[in-house]
Design a protein around this ligand. Sequence first.
Ligand SMILES: CC(C)(COP(=O)(O)OP(=O)(O)OC[C@H]1O[C@@H](n2cnc3c(N)ncnc32)[C@H](O)[C@@H]1OP(=O)(O)O)[C@@H](O)C(=O)NCCC(=O)NCCS
Length: 176
Amino acid sequence: MTGMDIEGIRLRPAKPTDLALLRRWDEAPQVVAADPNDDWNWQEELGREPPWREQLVAELDGRPIGFVQIIDPAEEDSHYWGDVPAGLRALDIWIGESDCLGRGHGTRMMRLALARCFADPTVSAVLIDPLQSNVAARRFYERLGFRMVGPRRFGDDDCMVYRLEREDWPGDPGAR
Ligand SMILES: CC(C)(COP(=O)(O)OP(=O)(O)OC[C@H]1O[C@@H](n2cnc3c(N)ncnc32)[C@H](O)[C@@H]1OP(=O)(O)O)[C@@H](O)C(=O)NCCC(=O)NCCS
């Protein structure tokens, strides 16, 4: 999986030397707008590799442009998603470099991330929780096949939960 790329986009594990990059992306207007209330605590988290999480940097032809996190919401230690069954994954995604928005790179990042999620045969569906107000991201997820589950408040954030079932996933991009 690690070696797979789609049109120059590749996901690789985030590492402690990505600290400055991730902090800079946290200040980018499109990232602030999408995730105004979370502190990702990068300094500590980049030094940890819990078994229920992958933190990945997306590179375009070797240039870091964005970030994807994949968690197992049943195992994640803060229980952000509450009581959920096994066999799910939850994603966070953003493009930090503003010149890379709206060019299809996010779609490629999602296809790679979803292939990682569904590579585990026990995974039946993937969850995401955009802000209700983030209509552009909601359209983006809907185009990828995610279906609306319903509104949910997480902390101070009014979100809309979406879910992509394995049956609705078009398949491993590497196989096409
Ligand atoms: C959401 C995101 C990952 C999509 O990646 P992308 O490469 O911009 O998207 P693509 O080029 O593959 O697809 C374009 C679509 O993305 C959506 N989009 C979301 N935010 C956008 C932005 N700031 N600029 C341009 N397009 C955006 C639009 O719906 C656009 O399609 P449209 O023609 O229907 O408007 C990316 O725009 C982003 O990082 N946005 C800011 C952070 C964010 O909202 N993350 C999701 C939080 S749940």
